[in-house]
Structure formats: C-alpha cells, structure tokens
Design a protein. Structure first.
Length: 289
C-alpha cells in the first residue's frame, strides 16, 4: 500500500498532486468526523480512479448564526488513521484562513433551489457549500468527485454547478449507508443521547412508510399523493420529532411538486430535529408504473 501523504497548504497540495496525464484522480470532500458512510465514498472513488484524495475542512461558510460550527465534531487523529486504513493517497487539511480569505467578497450563488428545503431553514448554507466545493475543484482539478445521496439537495446543486459552469469534472452520487435499524450514518448522530438514538430509528421507518404510501395512492385516482407530506409530518410529530420540513421535489428540477400534474417519480425530502440534533433523509418515490 502506498504511503498516505498530507498537505496542509495550497503550496504543499500542488507538490503532492499527481499529473493528470499519469493518474485519474478522484476527490472526496468531507468535514471530518469520518464514519463508514465516508468510507463507502472513498471506496467508490477508488473504483472510479487510481488516485484518491480526501479533504477535511469544517467549512464556516455553510454554518449560520446559532448553528453548531463550534461544537461540530473534530476527530482529526482518528480520521487520519481511518483514511490510512482505507488506502487514501492524499489528505488535504487546509486552514480556514487560507481557504476562506478574511476579506473575501465573491461567493457562488446556489440559485432558487438553494433557497428551498434545507436552504430555507439555513439561509446561505448552500452558497457556502458551493463556494468551497468550487474552490476544491479548482485546486485538485480531479477527474471526478463523489458525494453521498443522503443530502440530495446538496448533490443536485453541486451537479448543477458543474453543468452550468462547464467544469470538466464528473460528480457522482453514492447511496446512503445506514445503521442496521435504518438510520442514515451522519457525523452529527454522535450528538444523540441513547434514548434519542433509539427513537431516531423511527425517522427512516416513517419515510419508508411514505414511499409505500406513494405507490398505494397512485392506484386510487381519488386520492391526492401530495397528502403524503401531511401524513408523514403528523406521524413524525406524534413520535416526538420537531419537523423542519417534509416535501416532495421533482427529480429533474428539484422544485417542489404542488400539482395538479403529479409525476410518477419524485424525491421525498425531510428534515427533523430530535433534541439538539438535526437529521435529514430522503427517499426516491416511484409508483412502479
């Protein structure tokens, strides 16, 4: 196994990146506090290319006032051991002062979709995400990058940015990795108390029920499939979750579906709070037609 190298600055990164003529480099951007979900992204990147780079940077631009920037888990020592075991070739650990200029004035706009769903609850969040992802793309110039499907909205916006700005990069989504009870792996899951962790398993279970309900309602022309959102919101509230949003988005435009024409396939998106922890998840909806 090749030695994993670590870059702390732009200048170090430039000396450690291989030539695109000799290697197919793939990038996995992260905020650290790594788990098997990140591991699956690294494995996917390895299957696509022959040089895998991982960035670890807790991006302050994507945190709003009162959010958990200061307490976001930082586990660098264990992260580096995890990446080495996974066969990562290069790790980039930029400082906030270098990657986010103190007098920076230019950011990427996430457009109308960036103000919906999670963007409505977290104003400016996706602008911050896209700004740093674009900077990483410029720094690494990878053949491709891998992002998890747990955050469908983020994945959609990154793919849209690559398309709209004609970036020569493949962005692939990778399926969500889950615990045995269905809860999506997330660095923020460690915030949950033991009681909250047990209750959290109801979140994916209720979304699974919604996917089945979507299919069942499609067989009844007198039922409105958009009522799924109200049904799921009510069930989540009854189980002790504070619902941020439950919505159905068009797969092509990621805009909310409000009728009258309702497609057979869509995305169900949901965000809830359990105690002090915010959880997000989604499901692909299909009538099976």
């Amino acid at each position: 196994m090749a030695l994993m190298r670590i870059a702390h600055s732009f200048s170090e990164l430039r000396t450690l990146l291989p030539s695109s003529r000799t290697h197919r480099s793939w990038l996995v951007p992260t905020m650290g506090a790594l788990h098997e979900g990140h591991g699956s992204l690294i494995d996917r990147a390895r299957s696509e290319g022959d040089f895998v780079a991982v960035s670890i940077f807790v991006n302050p631009l994507q945190f709003g006032p009162g959010e958990d920037l200061d307490r976001y888990p930082r586990t660098l020592e264990s992260d580096l051991a995890f990446l080495e075991r996974r066969g990562t070739d290069l790790v980039f650990l930029p400082t906030a002062g270098e990657i986010v200029p103190r007098d920076g004035r230019i950011t990427v706009s996430s457009g109308p979709v960036g103000k919906l769903f999670c963007g409505r609850s977290r104003p400016g969040h996706f602008d911050g995400v896209l700004t740093i992802v674009l900077k990483l793309f410029h720094l690494f110039t990878p053949e491709g990058a891998v992002f998890g499907e747990k955050d469908r909205q983020q994945l959609f916006l990154i793919q849209s940015m690559v398309r709209d700005l004609d970036l020569p990069i493949r962005v692939v989504g990778h399926p969500t990795v889950r615990e045995s009870d269905g809860l999506a792996l997330s660095s923020r899951n460690r915030y949950l108390t033991s009681e909250e962790r047990s209750r959290a398993a109801l979140f994916p279970a209720i979304l699974d029920h919604a996917a089945r309900l979507w299919k069942d309602l499609a067989r009844d022309p007198f039922q409105n499939r958009l009522e799924v959102c109200d049904t799921i919101s009510r069930r989540l509230s009854e189980e002790g979750f504070v619902v941020d949003y439950v919505a159905i988005a068009d797969r092509e435009t990621f805009l909310p579906i409000s009728g009258p024409a309702i497609p057979d396939e869509a995305f169900l998106l949901a965000a809830v709070h359990l105690g002090k922890t915010r959880l997000i998840d989604n499901r692909e909806l299909s009538t099976g037609v």
